[in-house]
Ligand binder design. Sequence first.
Ligand SMILES: [Zn+2]
Length: 93
Amino acid sequence: MDDQRMNLLALIPIEAKDRIGMEHVPYTPHAGSGRIPCEKCGVGCWIGPRQTTMKVNNPDIPTLCMICVFKECQKQKESGEEVTASVISLGGA
Ligand SMILES: [Zn+2]
């Protein structure tokens, strides 16, 4: 491993309903974006011009939707140390 960065392309799903947790965040794809399915779950995603170039130059780089990227990160965390998620309401009584 000579590269510390996570070698994958995180893509934005085309359908808002697939942007779990960000369904209501407007997203406009970059001009010249193409469409590519997520390698894991097959959901249709936008791939920007720079990402396309990266993929062409590095055909082995995984192209995953942001949801799968998130899951991958979670898995890595879990395989390392356990992350305890706790939700604390700060709204007051
Ligand atoms: Zn996916």
